[in-house]
Design a protein around this ligand. Structure first.
Ligand code: GDP
Ligand code: MG
Length: 301
């Protein structure tokens, strides 16, 4: 399956929902009047673009239609696509991993798909010829490191782990030392998402960040926030909290294969102004797609 087909297939549920509602809206199109704009906004809210983002998109469309004197349904549909692509373009969509080593700290609440995303990402980076090391910073349960180890095996990456209950910052320290000694290109750090309150989580993430800054002062660093695409606007709330406490530089939205509300991607990028860099469209190793705004919108509409 080609790249575009794979995105289309992964977004099938959202695509079908959008095709049904947007399709009938544009099929019965008689002009860009109040009713049309209202229905369009509703359609977007249903696809989980969120009230703010949907409002903004419709407002921008009104202006564009007026300025460019657009009349036909096809022109207006294309104008809408351009607006959504613009809203998604809030920064570079590629992870910046130029230095050797470079490091990605992967954060997010329990169950969103952090460990799985790390496994998929390791596989993708290996495919680019990079030497990858995984760091088992989720020390809450031994099973978490076991799961990461299985992914390391699948992706043919190295792994550094410690015993259950170990200090995650110490595991990261070990991982960085090993990476320096072994000539690793990219370190991917898993973390636990189950700390009981915001202060706890903040302390732990701060501690890990301090170690990274101290040990790798000149390295390229990314903080990748993983969000579960099926949790919709709830996930957005989570994301806002993480943005406050952790200096997020990139977002991965997972499980888009399981939802008709893939519009959340646009909502997240627009509300946080942090680029979505990956989308997860399944549980297999190659089900992580590098994000591209244009392909995404084309697949959606
Ligand atoms: N369908 C689907 N399932 C996913 C995706 N990403 C992760 N999962 C599943 O979500 C569950 C939790 O993933 P895990 O990586 O353990 O989450 P973590 O707690 O954040 O590390 C697992 O069953 C994964 O297989 C995805 O893109 N699509
Ligand atoms: Mg995990």
């Amino acid at each position: 399956m080609g790249f575009f087909d794979k995105i289309k297939n992964g977004l099938k549920k959202t695509r079908n929902a959008m095709a049904a509602t947007l399709g009938s809206l544009f099929d019965s199109f008689t002009g860009a009047n109040e009713d049309f704009y209202e229905e369009l906004e509703e359609t977007m809210i249903l696809a989980d673009l969120g009230v703010d983002t949907s409002c903004k998109a419709v407002e921008l469309l009104r202006m564009k239609v007026k300025e460019e004197k657009l009349r036909g349904a096809e022109d207006i549909r294309n104008a809408l696509k351009d607006i959504l692509v613009d809203m998604l373009n809030v920064g570079d969509t590629k992870l910046k991993l130029g230095t050797k080593p470079s490091i990605v700290l992967v954060i997010g609440v329990n169950g969103v798909g952090k460990t799985t995303t790390i496994g998929k990402l390791a596989h993708a980076l290996k495919g680019e010829g990079k030497k990858v090391l995984l760091c088992a910073g989720d020390t809450f349960r031994a099973a978490a490191a076991d799961q990461l180890e299985i992914w390391a095996g699948r992706a043919d990456a190295q792994i550094i782990r410690q015993h259950e209950g170990a200090d995650p910052a110490a595991v990261v320290f070990d991982g960085i030392s090993a990476a320096k000694a072994r000539g690793t290109d990219v370190i991917l750090c898993d973390t636990a998402g189950r700390l009981h309150n915001k202060a706890n989580l903040m302390n732990e993430l701060n501690k890990i960040s301090r170690i990274i800054d101290r040990e790798l002062p000149d390295a390229d660093k990314e903080v990748l926030l993983v969000l579960d695409g099926t949790t919709g606007q709830n996930g957005l709330l989570q994301a806002k909290q993480f943005k406050e406490i952790a200096g997020v530089t990139a977002i991965a939205l997972t499980k888009l294969d399981g939802t008709a509300k893939g519009g959340i991607v646009i909502s997240v990028a627009d509300a946080l102004q942090i680029p979505v860099k990956y989308i997860g469209v399944g549980e297999q190793m190659d089900d992580l797609m590098p994000f591209d705004a244009k392909s995404f919108v084309d697949a959606l509409i």
